[in-house]
Ligand binder design. Structure first.
Ligand code: GN1
Ligand code: MG
Length: 368
């Protein structure tokens, strides 16, 4: 259904001016809606939740309520001691009072407030930016560290369980389409070999969880650089957005994802693979920012797995993009043929760079 019609279903003052697709995000469809009255303007994010990915969109909104209420309380408690004004996205209810609008095609739409005077970036801009990314993630994990994980639904089963992604790839490779796609290029076969060589290792975090060394806690799930909002006025982080995957998980998924995203200055979509590398100076800045907040909740066992989490989440995203290429591009949105294969090559090249710099990265982790 048309986004313009849906936008009018939400409880916003004034008349609709525009609704434009932002083109951002690999999963949901995201629009910016603008409403005006004679004296004011309200802009908000309108999103159609991808039901192929999220089987129960209502869970996402319930989690968002629980999460934002908890964090709001924590921010209020700490406001006078804080070095900045932290912001939070707010759910804009529909006119019927619900947290989403269900359209005639059975699609779920939700409206979320914009974060004031702030921007995010697809690639890290500077050492200071990297430090802020780490600080924002550490702050996020700290203020939800006292929210019991069982208060949150599992919005996406299997998310960040690396061996499950490998099993999906194995299944797709059994099909004719899968075999055809695998044999379509040398690059695809190379990615496959790279993944095979890491098959045994890739259950490292899940094994530690099963052994009781690492425990489930609330996590963000997707703290990539483009989800971290930087205040236009101060240059400081002010919020982390995209709360669809806030759910029980390992804090390592977040730590690894933040580092794999922020330490590759070339970004996820770069076509020139020579530009992909893991920058250890950026890594140090992020880890310093993160640890300034994480001291409060980080255990010795958590620390043991920090390096592996960086290597693993880069590898896992490469595996996920590759598995989707082999399956025929059914999960991540693509704009051109082979985009998921290119994305996979970027993340696997980054994994290789992380492996080559293991010693330096471990030193950074020890000293921060
Ligand atoms: C997806 O939809 P978006 O762009 O926020 C994906 C993340 C990946 C990310 C890579 C639910 O996030 O796990 O890290 O792409 N989200 C889901 O850019 O699969
Ligand atoms: Mg996301």
């Amino acid at each position: 259904m048309k986004a313009g019609l849906i936008a009018r279903e939400f409880d916003v003052a004034g008349r609709l001016v525009t609704v434009e697709n932002t083109g951002e995000g690999n999963v949901n469809d995201t629009y910016l809606a603008v409403f005006r009255t004679t004296f004011s303007e309200e802009r908000f994010i309108l999103q159609r939740i991808n039901r192929k990915v999220f089987p129960n969109p209502a869970y996402i909104m319930e989690n968002m309520r629980v999460f934002t209420e908890h964090v709001h309380r924590r921010l209020e408690d700490e406001a006078t001691r804080s070095d900045r004004i932290w912001q939070l996205p707010r759910i804009i209810p529909a006119k019927d009072g619900q947290d989403f609008v269900l359209d005639g095609d059975g699609e779920y739409w939700r409206a979320i407030s914009l974060i004031a005077s702030a921007h995010s970036y697809e690639q890290v801009q500077s050492i200071e930016h990297a430090h802020e990314a780490g600080f924002v993630l550490g702050h996020f994990q700290r203020v939800i560290s006292d929210l019991p994980a069982d208060k949150l639904h599992d919005t996406l089963e299997g998310f960040h369980i690396t061996p499950c992604y490998l099993a999906n790839l194995d299944a797709s490779l059994q099909t004719d389409v899968g075999q055809e796609r695998l044999k379509s290029s040398i690059e695809a076969e190379r990615c496959h070999r790279f993944i095979e060589e890491r098959r045994e290792w890739c259950s490292i975090l899940e094994d530690a969880k099963a052994a009781g060394k690492l425990n489930l806690r609330p996590v963000h799930g997707d703290p990539k650089i483009s989800n971290i909002m930087i205040d236009d006025a101060t240059g400081k982080g002010t919020c982390i957005v995209d709360l669809d995957t806030v759910k029980p998980g390992l804090i390592h998924y977040d730590f690894g994802d933040c580092l794999r995203s922020c330490c590759n200055p070339a970004g996820e979509e770069v076509l020139d693979l020579n530009r992909v590398l893991f920058d250890t100076d950026l890594c140090e800045a992020i880890v310093r920012g993160y640890m300034a907040q994480a001291q409060d909740f980080m255990t010795d066992a958590d620390r043991e797995y920090l390096f592996d989490s960086i290597r693993l989440i880069a590898f896992e995203l490469g595996l996920r993009f590759f598995a989707d290429f082999i399956a025929g591009d059914v999960y991540f949105k693509t704009r051109f043929d082979g985009q998921n294969l290119n994305r996979a090559r970027v993340q696997l090249k980054l994994t290789e760079s992380i492996e080559r710099r293991e010693k330096q990265i471990r030193q950074v982790l020890e000293h921060c």
